[in-house]
Design a binder for this molecule. Structure first.
Ligand SMILES: [Zn+2]
Length: 321
C-alpha cells in the first residue's frame, strides 16, 4: 500500500462487515497490484506516479457538499508524499441530467469554483450519468453539457503519465428517456485502435464511471433474481463488460480498471486484471448512510513494472443537514 504515514489510516469508521454478503468489501482498503507477488526486484521497481481517484462527488449547494469537496481536495493535497494528479470518475455534480438549465449551471459553477480555489493539481475528468443533461434534445446536446463543464473536447480520451497510459471511457449510453451502459460502435472501434497502438511494454489504467466488472450489484439488488437467473441491469454494470474484459485480456497490458457509480467499494482480480469500484467522495450522496462507502477517494501508486498499490481513504467528513 502507499507508504505515506497519512495513507496508513485506511480503516473506515463504518465496518465493512456491515455488508455481510459483500465479502470483498475489505479488500479495496488494502489492495495490492496484480502481479505484485512476482514483481521485479525492489531496485528495479520504481514508483512512477501517485494519483487520486475522486469519483461520484455529486457536488450541490445543499448539505455543505461544496465544503465537502474542498475538504477532500485538501486531504488529497496534504500527503507528505505528494499526489501528482487527480482523476475524477464521473458524477461530479448532482444532478444535471434531470435538472433545469439554471440548476445545472449552478452545479457546474460550484464544481469549477471549488476546483479553482482548492486544487492546485492537474485534473483529468471522466463523464458519469449525472453529468450530462437529459436526452430530450439529442444525445449530443446532453453530453455536450458535461463536456463544457469538464473542459473536454470528447467524452472519451487518453493521456500518458508516469510511463502508464490512461484510457478514460464514456460508460453512458442513452436508452429511452434514461441511460444504460456500454460503448457504442464508434467508441469501441476507437478503444480497439488505442489498445493496438499501445506498446505491450506500456501498462494501462482504464477509467470508467460504471463498473466493467464488479460484485457490488449482488450485494443489494434482490429484485434482480428470477426463477433461474440473477440479472444485472445495464444501469449498474457495463452491458459489454464481458466483451471488454475479453478485449483487455487479449492485449495483456491492461492492469487496472477503476470505476465508481455504485458508492460502494470492491475489488475483483480476474485473469491478471484488477477491477476496483472506488467508493464515492459523497459517500451516501452526503447523507451518511453507513450502507454506502465512507466519504473518501482512492489513492493509487503506479510502478514502472506494471504493478500498482491502492488504498481507499476517507477524509473524515461530518454529515450536515
Ligand atoms: Zn453514476
Amino acid at each position: 500500500m502507499p507508504t505515506d504515514p497519512q495513507s496508513s489510516n485506511i480503516i473506515t469508521r463504518r465496518s465493512c462487515l456491515q455488508w455481510g454478503a459483500f465479502g470483498a468489501a475489505a479488500a479495496p482498503l488494502l489492495s495490492f497490484g496484480a502481479g505484485s507477488a512476482v514483481a521485479a526486484a525492489p531496485a528495479e521497481r520504481q514508483r512512477t506516479l501517485r494519483f487520486a481517484h475522486l469519483t461520484d462527488i455529486h457536488v450541490k449547494p445543499e448539505q455543505g457538499a461544496g465544503d465537502g469537496l474542498a475538504q477532500c481536495l485538501h486531504h488529497v493535497q496534504s500527503h507528505k508524499d505528494p499526489v501528482e494528479l487527480i482523476v475524477t470518475g464521473g458524477d461530479a455534480v448532482f444532478d444535471a441530467f434531470g435538472a433545469t438549465h439554471q440548476r445545472s449551471q449552478q452545479l457546474a459553477n460550484l464544481l469549477n469554483t471549488v476546483f479553482k480555489q482548492d486544487c492546485s493539481l492537474p485534473v483529468q475528468h471522466c463523464l458519469g450519468n449525472h453529468d450530462g443533461r437529459g436526452w430530450d434534445d439529442s444525445e449530443f446536446a446532453g453530453k455536450a453539457w458535461a463536456l463544457e463543464m469538464y473542459g473536454l473536447a470528447k467524452p472519451y480520451h487518453t493521456f500518458e503519465q508516469g510511463g502508464w497510459k490512461f484510457i478514460v471511457l464514456d460508460s453512458v449510453r442513452p436508452f429511452e428517456k434514461r441511460y444504460t451502459s456500454g460503448l457504442d460502435a464508434e467508441q469501441r472501434a476507437w478503444l480497439e485502435t488505442e489498445l493496438e497502438q499501445t506498446p505491450k511494454t506500456t501498462p494501462i489504467v482504464v477509467v470508467s464511471h460504471i463498473p466493467i466488472i464488479s460484485v457490488t450489484p449482488f450485494s443489494f439488488d434482490h429484485e434482480a433474481v428470477t426463477e433461474d437467473y440473477q440479472r444485472v441491469p445495464g444501469g449498474l454494470l457495463h452491458l459489454d463488460g464481458t466483451a471488454l474484459h475479453t478485449l483487455f485480456k487479449k492485449h495483456g497490458n491492461v492492469k487496472l480498471c477503476l470505476s465508481g457509480h455504485m458508492h460502494l467499494n470492491d475489488r475483483c482480480d480476474v485473469d491478471g486484471i484488477t477491477y476496483i469500484c472506488d467508493g464515492a467522495v459523497c459517500g451516501d450522496w452526503w447523507n451518511g448512510d453507513p450502507r454506502r462507502s465512507d466519504e473518501g477517494y482512492g489513492l493509487i501508486d503506479l510502478y514502472s513494472d506494471g504493478t500498482f498499490e491502492h488504498a481507499y481513504l476517507p477524509f473524515d467528513w461530518k454529515v450536515r443537514a
